[in-house]
Write a protein that binds this ligand. Structure first.
Ligand SMILES: NC(=O)c1ccc[n+]([C@@H]2O[C@H](COP(=O)([O-])OP(=O)(O)OC[C@H]3O[C@@H](n4cnc5c(N)ncnc54)[C@H](OP(=O)(O)O)[C@@H]3O)[C@@H](O)[C@H]2O)c1
Length: 267
């Protein structure tokens, strides 16, 4: 039995479709848009139930646990913490309010759901957790500071959890996507130019990496794999990376997100 958060579209939906192909698969799909979850559940070749929830709500983790216990016998083999979002903007524009909303969804909600489900994962061991971080959790660009802060935090917590849960039979894997074309991260600026189009990848590739980092037992996967180079360069040649990322040409590397249009109302 697996729980996938953010399963209504994008990487989460592709992950549900990938996991559903495993023999004996059973899924709990989580996101806010119930219609999309129901439509996906109906199209999968395995049993799938839905929990329509805003993961930042206080009662969301408890509702998901109740669903696993009531509908799936309380067994949990895999938790995929995938739901997340980005709202671009400089710190001077967004301030602490923008940092807070990123932390609430991309970090706090992940920690709260994991805390609620860890007893089930331990009881079902060998089991796994996959945290979907980002290459932005290794390298920060202008106007992505709040998003990067939440993903840097997720990575730090993930690595600690990996070491702690080994003894309990709960594998903790992490996936770090680069530019992946989805509803939330359309990467329009990069796809418009022949020079940069090739660096944008597909949700199905991330889904495969999530499968490797969960049931496959891998600790860490960049998607596409060469993005690992960005993380290495940030450590080995920090001055060079800083110079490139603070130059004018780096502007196109901060692509707009779906969150941007809703940005003003939500802050
Ligand atoms: N695409 C990229 O380029 C990229 C790169 C690096 C990392 N990532 C990470 O990959 C993960 C998935 O991103 P994606 O590209 O698939 O984005 P997406 O297309 O925007 O999908 C995000 C998913 O999260 C759900 N979600 C958002 N806010 C939620 C909330 N408050 N409560 C419950 N569910 C919520 C959305 O469903 P509802 O709207 O129905 O709630 C949706 O299913 C995120 O953690 C993102 O940071 C993406």
């Amino acid at each position: 039995m697996a729980v996938v958060t953010g399963a209504s579209v994008g990487i989460g939906r592709a992950t549900a479709e990938r996991l559903a192909r495993d023999p004996g698969a059973e899924l709990v799909l989580v996101a806010r848009r119930e219609e999309l979850l129901r439509e996906l559940a109906g199209s999968l070749p395995c049993r799938a139930t839905c929990v329509a929830a805003d993961l930042t709500d206080e009662d969301a983790p408890g509702r998901i646990r109740a669903q696993i216990e009531a509908e799936h016998g309380g067994r949990l083999d895999l938790l995929v913490n995938n739901a997340g979002a980005a709202w671009r903007g400089t710190f001077a524009e967004g301030g602490h309010a923008n940092v807070r909303r990123h932390m609430e969804l991309n970090f706090d909600a992940v920690v709260r759901l994991t805390e609620e489900l860890l007893p089930l994962l331990r009881a079902s061991a060998p089991s796994a957790i996959v945290n979907v971080a980002s290459t932005a959790g290794r390298v920060s660009r202008a106007r992505t500071g709040s998003y990067s802060a939440s993903k840097f935090a997720l990575i730090g917590w993930n690595d600690s959890l990996y070491a702690e849960e080994r003894a309990h039979g709960v594998h903790v894997g992490m996936v770090l996507p680069g530019y992946i074309q989805t509803e939330g991260f359309p990467a329009t600026e990069l796809r418009q130019k022949a020079l940069t189009r090739w660096i944008v990848s597909k949700p199905e590739k991330v889904a495969e990496a999530i499968h490797e980092a969960g049931p496959g037992g891998k600790a860490e996967r960049y998607v596409p794999r060469p993005y690992a180079l960005a993380a290495v360069l940030r450590i080995v040649t920090p001055r060079l990376v800083r110079r490139v990322l603070s130059g004018g040409a780096a502007e196109s590397l901060t692509t707009s997100t779906a969150g941007d249009s809703a940005s003003a109302d939500a802050l």
